[in-house]
Design a protein around this ligand. Sequence first.
Ligand code: SAM
Length: 233
Amino acid sequence: MRSTSIRLFVETPLESGASRMLVGPQAHYLANVMRLGPGDGLRLFDGLAGEFEAVVEHVSRREVRLQVGAGLRAPEAEPDCWLCFALLKRQKTDLVVEKATELGIAVIQPVITARTQADHVNLARLRVIAVEAAEQCERLSVPEIRAPVTLGQLMQGWPQRRLYVADERRAAPLAGALHGPGALLVGPEGGFTDTELDGIGNAPLVTRVSLGRRILRAETAAIAGLALMLAAA
Ligand code: SAM
């Protein structure tokens, strides 16, 4: 078997000894981009059962048949942390999803606020970005990416979990405020409105936190805030 460094996420549960047929973009990637052939090895993970070795059995123009081999890594739970972020322009939203996945986020919740620069997002495209980031960073799971909600909807149905609101006008540093897994909420490029911050601030389990004295771009705040929160989790 010729081993490769290829890791692929598959949507359905894996089982040693089973045969797996890949079609569509994954088959094209293996057959035509990476030019794998029978006997070549790769790794598969499904977000549930861990990571398995796999060997190419057969390659045709549209399909690649794999034989799933031994388990290589047991499932690993990521910290139960969420990122709620005001939608940004496409490239910045893509960056936030990719970096949040690499950092180990469990749930990504896009939020529409008074000053967001976008009010819709292509969830399928964000899912592809998250899967590719998980494959690259050797995660064993892919974060859940939820459909956008308004800030009011987010807070209305807020589950009982800590919410760290990134507020550049606050002094309480995030690092000192962390009490276990929670959610980080980051505003849009134009910031939260005073009304939004006052409304959020009264909700239970909410802490408005600072990420330092400088005014960070929203994507920087999301990535820096997540790094701190996930490191503490
Ligand atoms: N109100 C900002 C201004 O005066 O330019 C604009 C908002 S900032 C570009 C985008 C978002 O990043 C903010 O809503 C906040 O959530 C977060 N952020 C930026 N810098 C921060 C800091 N030093 N501490 C906490 N959050 C920060």
